[in-house]
Design a protein around this ligand. Structure first.
Ligand SMILES: *Cc1c(COP(=O)(O)O)cnc(C)c1O
Length: 432
């Protein structure tokens, strides 16, 4: 079995996500034979550093021996059970732990199985909570340049044109308020003022604002100041609007705190988690909310008051076991502290990129670094060139348009960081 043979078989039966399939007439598909630590290995023995944590999910490396062991234990005990009317130890334990480690005031966990579905849950819960209070608020606000997933509701509150525009006629009502334009505190205040202006005239119909705290992932790794979160929280309180924090990407230590909301010391009404929840092992997501919201649905049986939302695999036991193993590692390995060291190391190396003529700027929040390139048109597809250069040199980089970024597993060593960042440097330089 070699790479080319597998590519041929693959292309005859698969349709890949987020891909113009015709690109694969020239672009390779890398069949991964195995993976360990930060490395992916193909069928010809080539290795690649997974600088994007396999789409932002992997925290502690591939085939992590501790997580493997915990999933194997669970596999022989209970693989899955319906979560309506039934429960299991893993999901109870996980929920207790999530309530404990997330911002104070989030007391109940509702599970789904991917980030987009969890966003749908949060939107529906927000609307429904107001409705149970006798209010009809059916408008959602999100930030410009935001991304919340691909299902219709989640896509509706997103603002990345590439994913959204085609489906415009299908979408639910939403409006966008400007994201802070850079990482300064002034921009945070300016954007908060704009949001408040909007609330002054339309709060009566706004159910919630949904946002990605600190870093907009698919929105080209745009970053902003935590003051914005503080101010949005205040505005939401004042105008009876829910705050939905979509920490699907930034949750579990990515930004330097366990959760990004904690850097601003705020509690959202809904906290949405997925990607890092199982350290990149199994699909699982959760929405945490307050006892106050929960109470609005709690009553003697009456049609339409209860939250009648479900997914077949809600609270899957194997996924919960992976999530509990993930939290064990956070508890025993001092992860946040170690992340700060490796973030500092990356930040020192990031400076060098600014010397390149085709680099407009660099930015960083915790374990996310981004390099913005300048002077190229979209049709030049420079991202693709950087991607190809990376693959040829043993690093999986997957630029977002003209933004090259690093979001490696937390276990990356300084030496592996050198390889990852030096390769990106050479790739960007080769464009000149
Ligand atoms: C990835 C992502 C989602 C969607 O999660 P999926 O599991 O891909 O459906 C939602 N919000 C943010 C911020 C994300 O990065």
């Amino acid at each position: 079995m070699n790479n080319l043979e597998l590519k041929k078989r693959d292309l005859s039966v698969l349709w890949h996500p987020c891909t113009q399939m015709k690109d694969h007439e020239t672009l390779p598909i890398i069949p991964v034979k195995k993976a360990y630590g930060v490395y992916l290995e193909d069928f010809e023995g080539n290795t690649y550093i997974d600088a994007v944590s396999s789409w932002w999910v992997n925290l502690f490396g591939h085939t992590n021996s501790y997580i493997n062991e915990k999933i194997k234990e669970q596999l022989d005990t209970l693989e899955h059970v319906i979560l309506a009317g039934f429960t299991h130890e893993q999901v109870i334990k996980l929920s207790e732990r999530l309530v404990k480690i997330t911002p104070e005031g989030l007391e109940k966990c509702f599970y789904a199985d991917n980030g987009s579905s969890a966003v749908e849950v949060a939107l529906k819960m927000s609307f429904h909570a107001h409705k149970n209070d006798g209010k009809n608020k059916k408008l959602f606000v999100s930030l410009t340049n935001s991304y919340h997933g691909e299902t219709i509701g989640a896509l509706s509150v997103g603002d990345v044109k590439l994913y959204k525009d085609t489906y415009e006629p299908l979408l639910i009502q939403s409006i966008q308020t400007p994201v802070p334009k850079d990482m300064s505190i002034e921009s945070a205040r300016e954007a908060a003022r704009e949001f408040e202006e909007l609330c002054k005239s339309r709060a009566y119909e706004i159910s919630a604002i949904i946002l990605e705290p600190l870093v907009q992932g698919a929105g080209y790794m745009h970053m902003y100041h935590k003051e914005f979160l503080v101010l949005v929280r205040q505005i939401c309180n004042k105008y009876d609007i829910h705050m939905i924090a979509d920490e699907v990407m930034v949750g579990f230590g990515r930004t330097g705190e366990l959760f990004a909301c904690q850097s601003a010391n705020i509690t959202p009404d809904f906290l949405v988690l997925s990607k890092g929840l199982t350290a990149g092992y199994l699909p699982l997501s959760v929405v945490l909310t307050s006892d106050d919201i929960y109470a609005k649905f709690y009553c003697d049986y009456s049609e339409y008051k209860a939250f009648l939302h479900s997914h077949s695999y809600t609270g899957n036991a194997l996924a919960c076991a992976a999530a509990n193993a993930t939290l064990d590692i956070f508890e025993k390995d001092n992860v946040i502290e170690k992340n700060r060291e490796i973030s500092k190391y990356m930040s020192d190396k990031l400076l060098k990129f600014e010397e390149l003529e085709n680099v407009a700027s660099t930015r960083q929040t915790g374990m996310i670094c981004a390099i913005e390139l300048k002077g190229y048109k979209p049709e030049e597809r420079i991202g693709l060139k950087v991607y190809q250069y990376g693959l040829d040199n043993g690093v999986l980089l997957r630029p977002l348009g003209h933004v090259v970024y690093f979001m490696p597993p937390y276990i990356i060593t300084q030496e592996q960081c050198d390889k990852m960042m030096d390769t990106a440097y050479e790739a960007i330089k080769s464009l000149l």
